[in-house]
Ligand binder design. Structure first.
Ligand code: FPP
Length: 228
């Protein structure tokens, strides 16, 4: 049996899926789904203080998302710019520390600059919001193995120590919205022992109450980490 400490999810990650379908159902342009998706992110981050989550990692833009139509990529990047600008003061006020996982230095120079500023200004926050930008797990594992090889032996510890998430608590719970049941190259290494939760709720409709429900379900699961 897991002891009570195991029942608390310290690190939760979410694949935020279903913005497009949400918009389609409402006969709105896709961008409206993404905009509503950002609002869902904002509410969720605000609710973190009511949970014991130390780190929330959100899949905002995968390295595969560049294949989307240029207009949609532009919309997502513009939403990112707006989000950083509008929500940075709130992060600072609420003790949220921003972290970016992925090859974010390859984003547009103005976004890189905004992110560097945001990372700098939130560096002392106690609760982490990790945003995956231009992220792909295969590329992450390859670069971690390369870095590990440069300084010594390649083993589980040395690879883990060179992942973007090296300084974060182990991943406890991974949630995907919108009914799709796959990992889509997200946190593949980190998910080895994570609990998975798939919900039909579309991302723009995902509320802090849904997160609370997910945490309750997590608390009810028994994690054996391969033992019995
Ligand atoms: C998936 O919906 C969602 C994305 C590809 C992007 C997620 C981005 C946001 C919620 C907004 C930006 C985030 C931040 C942190 C500012 P989809 O378009 O694949 O939906 P569909 O599968 O229904 O078409």
């Amino acid at each position: 049996m897991a002891d009570s400490h195991d029942k608390i999810a310290r690190h939760v990650a979410i694949i935020m899926d279903g913005n497009g379908r949400w918009a389609k159902r409402k006969h709105l342009p896709r961008v409206m789904g993404h905009r509503k998706g950002v609002e869902a992110v904002r509410e969720l981050v605000r609710s973190l203080k009511d949970t014991e989550i130390e780190c929330l990692t959100l899949y905002a833009f995968s390295s595969e998302n560049w294949k989307r139509p240029e207009e949609e990529v532009d919309d997502l990047m513009n939403l990112m710019r707006k989000f950083i600008k509008s929500d940075l003061p709130e992060f600072i006020a609420n003790d949220v520390k921003l972290k970016i996982v992925g090859d974010w230095q390859e984003l547009a120079p103005d976004i890189v600059e905004m992110l560097e500023d945001a990372l700098d200004k939130t560096a002392h926050g106690s609760r982490t919001l990790a945003v995956a930008l231009n992220y792909g797990a295969h590329a992450e594992i390859v670069q971690a193995a390369r870095k590990a090889a440069q300084v010594g032996e390649i083993n589980e510890e040395s690879i883990a120590a060179n992942l973007f998430t090296a300084d974060l608590p182990p991943l406890d719970l991974l949630i995907r919205t919108s009914g799709e049941v796959r990992l889509s190259n997200f946190l593949l290494w980190q998910a080895a022992y994570a609990e998975m939760l798939f919900t039909d709720v579309l991302w723009p409709d995902f509320t802090p109450a849904h997160l609370k429900d997910a945490l309750d379900q997590f608390a009810g699961r028994e994690r054996r980490f391969g033992g019995r």
